[in-house]
Every structure is written in structure tokens, then in C-alpha cells.
Design a binder for this molecule. Structure first.
Ligand code: GUN
Length: 238
């Protein structure tokens, strides 16, 4: 679903995109070779490997092979390090999209209690860092957090990226909180659900994102932004 949305967005704004839909038996070496080939291809400004990859391939090896200047997901350790310091070229797409949603809604982050539920490298960890850069007071919760409900109830801004369908219920949300649901869980009924029980949360929240149609489109938009940044940098325009 994500790959199709990414291709469609490229078409809409006039970015060339190439999809390499490889068989599951592809070896790590073959994938590394393809990335190296794209690193050297002057027609290509951005490269991403849609995760997860099959178990016999180490995702870290693949990410580390991508030229940091073409790493439009911002997953390469060089880009992760730059984000940590606060002097970066690219931001990871989903956390960047969440920040845009907050800012465009006129919500101030400074001094607020920000709770991030989930600690993945793709969302939770960089999200916490971006909220911190905006002077939020940030707490990161995860599957082993003992007092999850209590911590969530303290949140002025709650970002949920735990990957468990409708885990955050209305009684875990403070009246007037901003709730951002990064979850994308496909139920047995094939319906897409977030990590937040929307019907309950909506009654408490001052602002809330739906699933689908909330964070997802923002992720795609940020990928387009990163790709344009990469192209400008490669052409010496930035
Ligand atoms: N899998 C889940 N989210 C992402 C993402 O943002 N980028 C890539 N490449 N794979 C993902």
C-alpha cells in the first residue's frame, strides 16, 4: 500500500520513480549490489528499501549501503547522527510528517508534556528527538512500560506508534490532549485501524488524527520533500 502511494505521489509531482520488486529469495549480496548500482546512477537522487525485508537479509546492512546523500528515509547512521545533533539534511518521513501536522495546526510544543508510545528506529526514537528539538518535555513509552496509562494521561501531546491495534483507549487520554496516531494495523476483516481507539479518544482530545488519512499521507509528502532536497543538493542548488 505504501509503495503504491509513494509511486503515485512521484507521478503526480513529476518525479521519476523506479520500483525494483524483487523475489523473496533475493540474496543480501544481490540487494547490496543493486543499492550500490543506484548509488552511482546520476539519474537517481533518492533510494529507499521498503521495510521489512525477509529474515535472511540484514536490514542494517542494506541501510548502511545507501549513499547518505540519497538516503531519503534518513535511516543511515550518518543521517541518524545528524538528527541527534540537530543539524540535518533529511528527517525520517513519518516523524517529520507528525511535526508538520502539529505545527500547521497551530499547536505549540514548547514546554508541553509530550509522550511517545513506541521506540522504533523508524518512528518512536526520532519522533522523541524532534519533539525535544522543539523544547517539548519528552517521555518515551514502550511494551515494557509498567504505568502506561498513567504516563499517557500526563500527555499534552500523545504520539502513538506501537503497532498494536486500538491499544490506546479513551481512559488513557487527558481532556484537551493532542493525539497523533501513527498506527496502521490491518485487521482480520481487512479494515485498517490505528493504535488509538478513535471513537473514544475523539471525545477527550482537542485534536486527533484519523487512520487512514492522518499521518500516512504526511509520510508520503515528507518523502517527496526529502527527494527534492536530495535532488537540489546533488545539483548544487542547496
Ligand atoms: N516500513 C515502514 N515504514 C517505513 C518507512 O518509512 N520507510 C521504509 N523504507 N520502510 C518502511
Amino acid at each position: 500500500m505504501y509503495v503504491n502511494s509513494k509511486k503515485k505521489a512521484c507521478e503526480e509531482i513529476g518525479i521519476l520513480s523506479r520500483e525494483y520488486s524483487l523475489p523473496a529469495e533475493t540474496t543480501e549480496e544481490q540487494l547490496v549490489d543493486l543499492v550500490k548500482q543506484l548509488n552511482c546512477d546520476p539519474e537517481i537522487d533518492g533510494i529507499l528499501c521498503q521495510l521489512p525485508v525477509p529474515k535472511h537479509i540484514d536490514d542494517e546492512t542494506i541501510i548502511n549501503t545507501i549513499d547518505p546523500s540519497k538516503d531519503v528515509d534518513a535511516f543511515h547512521p550518518v543521517n541518524v547522527g545528524k538528527i541527534m545533533i540537530g543539524n540535518y539534511d533529511f528527517l525520517p518521513c513519518t516523524p517529520a510528517g507528525v511535526m508538520e501536522l502539529i505545527k500547521e495546526s497551530g499547536i505549540s510544543i514548547e514546554g508541553k508534556q509530550c509522550v511517545v508510545v513506541g521506540r522504533s528506529n523508524i518512528v518512536g526514537k526520532p519522533q522523541a528527538m524532534l519533539l525535544l528539538h522543539e523544547n517539548g518535555t519528552v517521555t518515551v513509552c514502550h511494551s515494557r512500560t509498567k504505568n502506561l496509562k498513567e504516563v499517557c494521561l500526563s500527555a499534552d501531546i500523545l504520539v502513538v506508534a506501537i503497532g498494536r491495534s486500538e491499544m490506546i483507549t479513551g481512559d488513557m487520554i487527558k481532556e484537551g490532549a493532542v493525539v497523533i496516531d501513527v498506527g496502521m494495523n490491518r485487521g482480520e476483516d481487512k479494515k485498517l485501524r490505528g493504535d488509538v481507539k478513535y471513537d473514544e479518544a475523539e471525545k477527550k482530545a482537542a485534536a486527533i488524527t484519523p487512520v487512514p488519512g492522518g499521518v500516512g499521507p504526511m509520510t508520503i509528502a515528507m518523502l517527496m520533500k526529502n527527494t527534492i532536497t536530495a535532488a537540489k543538493k546533488h545539483k548544487g542548488l542547496l
